[in-house]
Design a protein around this ligand. Structure first.
Ligand code: ASP
Length: 352
């Protein structure tokens, strides 16, 4: 299914042929793709994910071994977190918006077919990554949001359920009580601490032995967000991005900082220019720092938030980087385990 790699020279010839054709009014179908360092598959399955994706990469690897498609394998892995009520950053059990409503975002890309799908601000459906795959498979669109996304899911037989678990409600109630000393909610009793604003998302990027690539990201988004706020996760090129000629990348952490640099796309572009996955992710983070507003930087110019990028190339080489030290999960062809990320800054005392 994947289109053949081309050399830089082929690209230049194809591109100049197109220009000539345009002048002559010739309508022959152009045949060229983006210029690329040619990355040939290494012939092994591999997967990289955010730290909460250890079971995801393990499951994806098992499925790849059975010959399951890369997107299906990645989504089956991500679904484990979406359905786990203990993971308060994703799917069922995810933390709600400021009004106590769980709104989910997800996106995916399938390298071999060059297709993408996404949903945002989706309520009542436990597995937004699967709904994103249905957008990819069954529509001519890429992103469905809110009520329309829910109706779309229901039409395929997804069940509407209450996604707010008791655990997530408890955390939200504590946040609401402590939100302001100036509102009508009584503060938490003496000795009961508010919980720092939690973050989290799952991103999983998969490559099979043939060099076929897919990526998926799913999240309940920033806890206590303004209703309707959509983060980076469902944005193609920010939350995740796949180019079957090169590899895939995705992100977790402060979505607003990622959207501004199209971070997943940029990371894949850095790999296209020949960088290894970890270096590509670090380079993207430097761009993030350069585009961060002063109000979000400390006195030494370091961001007051964290952001991670995970990347894998067509050969199954993978890596991850973050602004501050963090962890990630990967399957290297043999085993699934956690790794430390590369990072730009030593830990800060307090982050937002
Ligand atoms: N990236 C997610 C968002 O901004 C949140 C997170 O990963 O913590 O919605």
């Amino acid at each position: 299914m994947s289109s053949p790699s081309i050399t830089r020279r082929d690209f230049v010839e194809a591109a100049s042929g197109l220009a000539a054709g345009a002048v002559l009014g010739v309508t022959a179908r152009p045949s060229f793709s983006a210029p690329a360092i040619v990355i040939r598959p290494q012939g092994r399955n591999a997967a990289v994910a955010s730290a909460n994706g250890l079971r995801a990469v393990q499951r994806a690897a098992e499925l790849l071994e059975q010959g399951v498609d890369t997107l299906d394998a990645a989504i089956e892995g991500v679904k484990i977190q979406e359905l786990d009520p203990e993971d308060t950053s994703v799917g069922y059990g995810g933390l709600p918006n400021e009004e106590g409503v769980v709104q989910l975002d997800a996106s995916c890309m399938h390298g071999p077919s060059k297709r993408a799908g996404a949903v945002a601000a989706l309520e009542g459906i436990k597995t937004p990554s699967v709904v994103a795959k249905y957008v990819l498979l069954y529509t001519d669109h890429i992103l469905l949001v809110g009520e329309g996304a829910k109706r779309f899911a229901l039409s395929f037989g997804f069940k509407e359920e209450n996604l707010l678990t008791d655990k997530a409600r408890e955390i939200w109630l504590r946040w609401r009580a402590n939100r302001s000393a100036d509102d009508d909610w009584l503060e938490l009793p003496e000795g009961e601490n508010p919980i720092p604003r939690p973050t989290g998302t799952i991103n999983c990027n998969v490559v099979n032995a043939k060099g076929e690539v897919s990526s998926v990201t799913s999240t309940s988004g920033l806890a206590w967000k303004i209703p309707g706020r959509v983060g980076d996760s469902p944005i193609i090129g920010a939350g995740q991005y796949t180019d079957n000629e090169i590899g895939a990348a995705g992100s977790t952490g402060r979505g607003e900082a990622n959207i501004k640099v199209c971070g997943a796309f940029l990371t894949v572009e850095f790999m296209r220019r020949g960088m290894k996955p970890t270096d590509a992710a670090l380079e993207t983070l430097k761009r993030v720092v350069a585009t961060t507003e002063p109000r979000l930087l400390d006195e030494q110019g370091r961001p007051l938030f964290n952001l991670n990028f995970y990347a894998i190339n067509k050969r199954g080489e993978f890596g991850a980087a973050s602004l501050y030290p963090s962890r990630y999960a990967a399957f290297d062809g043999k085993e699934a385990r956690h790794y430390d990320t590369a990072y730009l800054f030593e830990p800060r005392q307090r982050r937002r």
